[in-house]
Write a protein that binds this ligand. Sequence first.
Ligand SMILES: [Zn+2]
Length: 69
Amino acid sequence: MSSYSEQRQQSSTKIITVIKCMTCDYTVEREMKDGDFVLKVEGKCPKDNGTLYIAGIYAETTQPQSQKK
Ligand SMILES: [Zn+2]
């Protein structure tokens, strides 16, 4: 059907959610879940109990078995 799917390397795109604390520099990244959106409150910071929020969402392409030079 689609003739442009020639790149059959098992590269997969992950959507990464970046979570930050409002009151300190704590940052964590994890795979995006359903319902994630920027500025959504995501719980409490383990460092200072501040509010964690989603600071950004981006796509990350991973290519197993290939090394960049
Ligand atoms: Zn914090």
